[in-house]
Design a protein around this ligand. Structure first.
Ligand code: FAS
Ligand code: PHB
Length: 388
């Protein structure tokens, strides 16, 4: 069965869903092809912090109503070290804020908007492949419910994440990859208990890094740095709560049964270029950041902003300059977020022996951050999100 659309989108994660919605707002049609089921996509637990620019995009997309009702606007974060805890005041330093709103909720809002009025999401597609990406009519082929389908497109957006098929569609001969795999993972726990603090706490401790985050006034999200070879079965809830109390130095952590807990590896990764013919990559399909800087989801949003703007220029003014510059434009912001995420990760995690020179440098940098307005302004302007 042959279908046709203006923009074929591979992947119904935040990048694919937000791109589809923003294109629709500007009168451009799309079809989303997703490998997993709707339930699988809607139940995934991932990011939690939205930059101010991402909130603006969601307002432009017309899906920010529940976000403004239920999201938690935060003016700052706290940094904890062995010696002290201090606050980085975003609003005072750079006049911006972040909003705590789970990626799970954002995904549900975008899916609801898509299905209400915008067009199809083809769920549980298999053998998805991209054909003729350098032609004027690139094709998406896939199997769904045992039937082979072909979708003729003007353009294809590869929004299928780190393990998708879009990035490998670019010939290896033109692809460059840059990667840093970190020697530790993050153990995440979700529990229906009130947060231990009104704002997020990033803690650097001799035992390792810890992060206190949240999803609502009654649901908390915590993370612990752990060794890569550790198994989640080795971490009963009680051990997690004990270790969080030590590393956060927070006696008022409310304990409760975990709803979800898992261990994820950390990596920094960039693949260039982010376009090939009429195939454009956005989000985790092109780059990965360690979650320490809360950038992954937000970078997907900024890629989508640039790609949507370029596609709309093609259709509305027949101008392809922005499409030609997409990869360079998106990567300019990606690399700055990669640097910030790498810097936050290397600053706060247990990377060095306690008596090493490098550990003393970490301690000195944390002390400098605690005492310098200039250093705190750098962290603030990156954390709330650099301009698009
Ligand atoms: P996604 O991976 O979210 O979505 C890609 C979609 O494409 C998926 O639905 C997938 O099923 C689909 N797909 C894959 N292959 C396909 C194929 N061949 N055909 C069709 N569809 C296909 N970021 C933060 O900012 N903070 C965090 O705390 C944080 N925690 C994370 C924890 C984990 C375990 C992971 C994996 C990521 C985390 N991230 C975090 C990063 C994460 O939020 C991503 O940046 C964000 O999901 C990126 O969105 P997408 O680019 O849409 O990719
Ligand atoms: C989260 O709430 O999941 C979260 C918040 C900030 C981060 C990473 C994850 O840096």
């Amino acid at each position: 069965m042959k279908d046709r659309t203006q923009v074929g989108i591979v992947g119904a994660g935040p990048a694919g869903l937000l791109l589809a919605r923003l294109l629709k707002v500007h009168g451009v049609e799309s079809v989303i092809v997703e490998a997993r089921s709707r339930k699988y996509v809607e139940d995934r637990i991932r990011a939690g912090v939205l930059e101010q620019g991402t909130v603006g995009l969601l307002e432009e997309a017309g899906v920010a109503e529940r976000l403004h009702r239920e999201g938690l606007v935060h003016d700052g974060v706290e940094i904890g070290t062995d010696r002290r805890r201090f606050r980085i005041d975003f609003r005072e330093l750079v006049g911006k804020t972040v909003t705590v709103y789970g990626q799970t909720e954002l995904t549900r809002d975008l899916i609801a908007a898509r299905l209400a009025s915008d067009g199809p999401i083809i769920w549980e597609a298999s053998d998805v492949a991209i054909g003729d990406p350098t032609s004027s009519q690139p094709r998406l082929t896939f199997q769904v419910a045992g039937e082979r389908r072909e979708l003729i497109c003007d353009f294809i957006a590869g929004c299928d994440g780190f393990h998708g098929i879009s990035r490998p569609t670019l010939p290896e001969s033109i692809r460059s990859t840059y990667e840093r795999v970190y020697p530790f993972g993050w153990l995440g726990i979700l529990a229906d208990v009130p947060p231990c603090s009104p704002e997020l706490i990033y803690a650097s401790h001799d035992h390792g890094f810890a992060l206190a985050s949240m999803r609502s006034p009654t649901r908390s999200r915590y993370y612990l740095e752990c060794d890569l070879d550790e198994k989640i079965e080795e971490w009963p809830d009680a051990r997690i709560w004990d270790e969080l109390e030590v590393r956060l130095g927070s006696p008022n952590i409310v304990r409760g049964p975990s709803i979800e807990k898992s261990i994820a590896p950390l990596r920094s990764f960039v693949s260039t270029p982010m376009q090939y013919g009429r195939l454009f990559l956005a989000g985790d399909a092109a780059h990965i950041v360690p979650p320490t800087g809360a950038k992954g989801l937000n970078l997907a949003a900024s890629d989508v902003h640039y790609l949507c703007r370029a596609l709309v220029a093609h259709y509305k003014t027949n101008n392809d300059e922005l499409l030609g510059a997409y990869s360079d434009t998106a990567l300019a912001r990606v690399w700055k977020a990669e640097r910030f995420s790498w810097w936050m990760t290397t600053l706060l995690h247990k990377l060095h022996a306690p008596e090493s020179f490098e550990r003393q440098m970490q301690i000195a940098e944390l002390e400098y951050l605690a005492s310098s307005r200039a250093a705190q302004s750098m962290l603030a302007e990156n954390y709330v999100g650099l301009p698009f």
